[in-house]
Design a binder for this molecule. Structure first.
Ligand code: NAD
Length: 499
């Protein structure tokens, strides 16, 4: 069993707190390693040395920092299969999905290769007599990234690439369930030329997070995880005067209009509902067909597709559609929620509770589960299940489907399947959700746009990646400069226009 470590000052460093968390292979249920949980002292030392390293990094010109991103991107591509294997071993997702996890992170690194264009300020000459104005974007200093288990490559890359390209140092605290990918990415960044100490990967739990939130050196916190923790972190970071953006959970609805292509809608629902065992913040967990005919037509198409799904270990390569959920506790919680759905009156069309795989009986698998006639008062509707469970809520009209989506406390992603451009346009314009798909089930925006939900799916300002990331990780300074040729002597006492 491997003893994992931290990445401090450019080296793999063993933990000294004496506290560890188990790292599992969810496909087999075996423990593969133990990860150290940092103490306050370990974290404080890592932050202090990041602050020293940041000075030189901030003084490095943006093109040179961007060149590190270019080499880093090339190294990620060269090591794609190795990184995907690390992702899948600790998370359980299939290898093609593991490669997708790395790829969607790489795309953000690619945007950061052009960081100098995003970091330029503005200039106005002759803003007044002999007066020029210019603004500059400067790094914040030491910032922190705290990331969830479900995208062990993509989300750490969303955090580290724009923060580092902007001239900050970063303390990255990855999920203790999937720590290995972040450690390997840190090694690749060093190989790409990142100076030691600029990225510190510190593993840990609440003790490490609270130390980050209270430490005076840390200027900003970027968090991704569940809503209760997002809300907690946002509150504590903001109370300590830090900039914070905290992205939380989701309950994503897909509306299916009677004029939709039903086969395409069913394909989309199966992929978006069961891919990665439903452990995506952009997974579709609620299907909302409009009208009973649409609902019946959808069930008729979903059932055979679900029956064909192959669930298994990532080591089966391309032969599996999705793998296990992350832990035994998650498996039990999901099965418990399925039972609650039955008890509360939903129609269980497909039951994944008894799923078992020969040779992998100890893996954390849940079979694909489909409910019909779900209502908003049921726990399976109210809670983020984060498992392979799709709930169908029948709506009588488009307005009822839209209202259901809008009344939900989460607002990460949503989609509509329709052949009517007017309805699609109305939906995109009115719905109070951050990312919208039209005949597109998982509308994670390209890295040149930005990613972020509304309502209880995000706390704080600005989105992740794209132009917003450079705004989040820099501060604007504006200079008003005057040169005195042709200016008369004499003090000015009024706050007047420059002209
Ligand atoms: P989580 O909230 O349990 O953990 C996220 C991070 O917070 C981890 O690094 C963890 O160590 C830390 N943490 C956990 N409990 C803590 C506590 N009490 N105090 C301080 N820190 C704590 O989330 P998870 O289970 O790893 O990830 C799944 C969740 O993330 C889902 O809710 C999913 O929807 C959400 N998610 C959201 C987005 C988004 O962009 N909105 C993206 C991916 C995942």
């Amino acid at each position: 069993m491997e003893e994992l470590c931290h990445w401090i000052d450019g080296k793999r460093v063993k933990g000294t707190s004496g506290r560890f968390a188990d790292v599992m292979n969810p496909a087999t249920g075996e423990q593969t390693g133990k990860v150290p949980l940092a103490s306050v002292a370990e974290l404080t030392a890592a932050i202090a040395s990041a602050a020293e390293a940041q000075k030189g990094w901030a003084a490095t010109n943006p093109q040179r920092r961007a060149r590190v991103m270019m080499k880093f991107g090339a190294l990620i591509e060269t090591h794609m299969d190795e990184l995907a294997e690390l992702v899948s071993r600790e998370h359980g997702k299939t290898l093609p999905d593991g490669r997708g996890d790395v790829q969607r992170g790489l795309e953000v690194v690619e945007v950061c290769m052009g960081a100098p264009a995003m970091l330029k300020g503005e200039f106005m000459d002759n803003g007044g007599p002999g007066i020029d104005l210019y603004s500059m974007r400067q790094p914040l200093g030491v910032v922190a990234g705290i990331t969830p288990f479900n995208f062990p490559a993509m989300i750490p890359l969303w955090k580290m690439a724009p923060a580092l390209a902007s001239g900050n140092a970063m303390i990255l605290k990855p999920s203790e369930r999937c720590p290995s990918t972040s450690l390997r990415l840190a090694e690749l960044l060093q190989e790409a030329g990142l100076p030691d100490g600029v990225l510190q990967v510190v593993n840990g739990d609440k003790e490490a997070v609270d130390t980050i939130l209270d430490d005076e050196t840390i200027q900003a916190v970027g968090f991704v995880g569940s809503t209760p923790i997002a809300q907690y972190i946002y509150g504590r970071a903001a109370a300590n005067g830090k900039r914070a953006q905290c992205f939380g959970g989701a309950k994503n609805h897909m509306i299916i209009m009677p004029d939709a292509d039903m086969d395409k809608a069913a394909d989309a629902l199966v992929g978006a509902g069961f891919g990665a065992a439903g452990e995506r913040c952009m997974a579709i967990s609620v299907a909302v067909p409009v009208g009973d005919e649409t609902a019946d037509a959808l069930i008729e198409r979903l059932v055979p597709r679900i029956e064909k799904l192959k669930v298994g270990p990532y080591t089966s390569g391309d032969d599996v559609d999705y793998g296990p959920v992350i832990t035994k506790q998650a498996q039990e919680r999901i099965k418990g929620l399925i039972t609650s759905g039955v008890e509360q009156g939903a129609t269980l069309v497909k039951d994944g509770r008894d799923f078992s795989l020969q040779g992998y009986e100890d893996g954390f698998y849940v079979g694909p589960t489909l409910f019909d006639n779900v209502t908003p008062d049921m726990d399976i509707y109210k809670q983020e299940i984060f498992g392979p469970v799709l709930s169908q809520v029948r709506a009588k009209s488009y307005d009822e489907a839209l209202k259901l989506t809008m009344d939900n406390e989460y607002g990460n992603g949503t989609a509509i399947f329709t052949a009517d451009g007017d309805v699609a346009r109305d939906f995109a314009s009115r719905v109070n959700v951050g990312m919208v798909g039209i005949n597109f089930p998982i509308p994670v925006p390209l890295s040149y746009f930005t990613f972020g939900g509304w309502k209880k799916s995000a706390f704080g300002d600005l989105n992740q990646y794209g132009p917003d990331a450079f705004r989040f990780y820099t501060k604007t300074k504006t200079v008003t400069a005057r040169w005195f040729s042709g200016i008369k002597d004499g003090a000015a006492f009024n706050f007047k226009a420059m002209d």
